[in-house]
Design a protein around this ligand. Sequence first.
Ligand code: MN
Length: 243
Amino acid sequence: MRILVTNDDGIYSPGIAALARAAAEFGDVRIVAPDVERSAAGHSITTARPLTYKRTPIEGFEAYRVDGTPADCVALGTHNWESVDVVLSGINLGTNLGNAMWHSGTLAGAKQAVLFGLRGIAFSVPVGPDEPDFDGLEEPVRRVLATLLPADLPLVNVNLPGPDPVGYRWTCQSVRHYDGAVIPGTDPMGRSHFWFLVKPLEAADQDTDRWAIEHGYVSMTPLRLDLTSEEDLEAARSRWPVK
Ligand code: MN
């Protein structure tokens, strides 16, 4: 099995090396990732200039740093390495739960794989004052891969609470609240500026991704790329017919 590994924290993040080590048990691993951090880049692609890359082996893995986004990396990585079976993205420093999926560059790497007809799995972990225990995370990541790699699921968003989860759960996306906030401030020159933050929520509905992480479970959310609201489409066609 050929496994392409990417992320949005940049190729020198400790999270991508941990994911590559965990994945190596399941197949041939190659790393293709952004040369600098691209967190919250979402699913943006680079179209106004060409992409370049440089070889930069990491812990014995064949690896390439790209001057582009996570989606660019998956495009370049699958172009230059034929017959990739699955794209793994992460392990991201910070969860990607609920509506954060809209902004996530980590998830975009996995989504881009699906756009190419491949499978994608995104991995994220919470960050506190200290760096996550990436060595300890390898075992739960391997357990997730042992479940997901043989499964016929095109796209899965995985969040890990830490190295010692209380269990593993299939979850749905938490969409009840949007937790974005704009915080005004002033810079040293006296000019006003604004921080766009996504704040953590206090509670979430049971069996959602956020609920699972709050209760110490590994959250595995199967996703699809079709955003069509079937319910609204049906209502629109019957109630507001157009010619
Ligand atoms: Mn990130």
